[in-house]
Ligand binder design. Structure first.
Ligand code: D61
Ligand code: MG
Length: 318
C-alpha cells in the first residue's frame, strides 16, 4: 500500500519507474519450446503495447492463464474493431466467441498486421487455453461471454450519458479487472477482490486511453467510433470534432478537464484494490499500468496538446 500512495504523493518517482520498464524490456525473453506457448508469448509481445512486460514477470502458472486471457480478449477486440465486417456477421461472432475458445479448429480471419496473425493462428490460443486448469478456463470463458455480449450491445450505439460511458468501459475493461481478480484467487495467491474495485481498475485504464487517444481516434480513416460521452462534450461544443480546431482551444481544454476529473473519480477504488494485494509480482502487475495511467492523466490535464498531437508517456508502439 505504501508504493501506490507514494507515487501519488511523489510524482517524480514516475521517472525511475519508467526507466525500470525500459530496462526490463531489454531482458531477452526466452520463448517456450511448445509451438502453441511459443506462439502465445511472441504474439503477446507483438500485440500488447504495455501489458507484455508486466505479464511476463508473473509466476509461471498465473502467467500462462493471464497470457491466454489477454490473447482471447485481444482477438475478441480485433473482431469488434474491424469496421469492414458487416454487423450481421460480427454480432454472432462476438456472442459465440466464448465457445470458440474450446474449439481447436475454429477460425475467423480479420484485422491487420499482428492482429491478423493472431486471428489466422487462433488455434494455438485454443490449444493453450485447453491446457489451463478448469478454474482458470471457467474465469476466462465467463468474462469472454460477458464482454462479447456487451460489445454486441454497443456495436451501433453512440455513448450518450456518463452512465453509458461507464457501462461500455465496464464491458471492455472493467470485466478484465473482474476476470483477473478471479484468476488471482483461483491461483490461491490473493483473496477475491470486490467486483466494484476490480471494475474501477479497468475503468481507470480504459478512460485514460479514451482521453489520451482523442486526436488519433477522431482522425482515423475509416472513421472510428468515439467514446467521449455526448453529455460531457455537448457542454463545450456542438460537434466532438470541433474540439480539435484551434479557435475552440479554451472550450476544448475545459472539456478535457471535465473528462480527466471523471476518470480521477476511480483512483480511490484503485488504491484500495492495490493496498489489499499480497503477492509482490501481482502487485507490480497491477500497479505499473495504474501508475502509467496516473502519469498520462497528469500530462493531459489542462493540456491543449491533447488536441494537436500525441501526449504520451508510454513507450511508442511504432
Ligand atoms: C490489473 C492489471 C491490468 C488490468 C486490470 C487490473 C484491469 C483491467 C485491465 C487491465 C484492462 C484494461 C484495458 C485498457 C486498455 N484498453 C484496451 O485494450 C481496449 O480494448 C478493450 C478490449 C480488450 C481488452 C484486452 C485486455 C487488455 C489488458 C489486459 C487483458 C486484456 C488481460 C490481462 C491483462 C491486461 C482498446 O484496445 C485498443 C487497442 O489497444 O488495440 C479498445 O479497443 O478500446
Ligand atoms: Mg475495441
Amino acid at each position: 500500500m505504501g508504493i501506490a500512495k507514494e507515487v501519488v504523493q511523489h510524482p517524480e518517482d514516475l521517472i525511475p519507474l519508467a526507466k525500470l520498464v525500459v530496462a526490463s524490456k531489454k531482458i531477452k525473453m526466452q520463448l517456450p519450446a511448445e509451438p502453441h506457448w511459443g506462439f502465445a508469448y511472441s504474439m503477446l509481445q507483438n500485440v500488447s503495447r504495455s501489458f507484455a512486460l508486466v505479464i511476463q514477470q508473473l509466476g509461471p502458472e498465473l502467467r500462462n492463464a493471464v497470457c491466454v486471457f489477454y490473447l482471447v480478449l485481444r482477438a475478441l477486440d480485433t473482431v469488434e474493431d474491424d469496421t469492414s465486417i458487416p454487423v450481421d456477421i460480427k454480432v454472432p461472432i462476438l456472442l459465440g466467441f466464448h465457445e470458440h475458445i474450446y474449439d481447436r479448429d475454429w477460425h475467423f480471419s480479420c484485422g491487420t498486421n499482428a492482429y491478423k496473425v493472431l486471428m489466422d493462428k487462433f488455434h494455438f490460443v485454443a490449444v493453450a487455453f485447453l491446457e489451463l486448469s478448469k478454474s482458470h478456463q471457467e474465469a476466462i470463458e465467463d468474462i469472454t461471454m460477458r464482454m462479447g455480449a456487451g460489445m454486441a450491445k454497443f456495436i451501433c450505439k453512440e455513448v450518450e450519458t456518463v452512465a453509458e460511458y461507464n457501462e461500455y468501459c465496464h464491458y471492455v475493461a472493467g470485466l478484465v479487472g473482474l476476470g483477473l481478480s478471479k484468476l488471482f484467487h483461483a491461483s490461491r495467491l490473493e483473496r477475491l477482490a470486490p467486483d466494484s474495485l476490480s471494475n474501477s481498475m479497468g475503468l481507470f485504464l480504459q478512460k485514460t486511453n479514451i482521453i489520451r487517444d482523442y486526436l488519433e481516434d477522431i482522425n482515423e480513416i475509416p472513421k472510428s467510433r468515439m467514446f467521449w460521452p455526448r453529455h460531457i462534450w455537448s457542454k463545450y461544443a456542438n460537434k466532438l470534432e470541433d474540439l480539435k480546431h484551434e479557435e475552440n482551444s479554451l472550450k476544448a481544454v475545459q472539456c478535457l478537464n471535465d473528462m480527466v476529473t471523471d476518470a480521477l473519480a476511480h483512483v480511490q477504488d484503485c488504491l484500495e484494490y492495490l493496498s489489499d494485494l499480497k503477492d509482490p509480482a501481482i502487485f507490480r502487475f497491477c500497479a505499473i499500468p495504474q501508475i502509467m495511467a496516473i502519469g498520462t492523466l497528469a500530462l493531459c490535464y489542462n493540456n491543449a496538446e491533447v488536441f494537436r498531437g500525441v501526449v504520451k508517456m508510454r513507450r511508442g508502439k511504432k
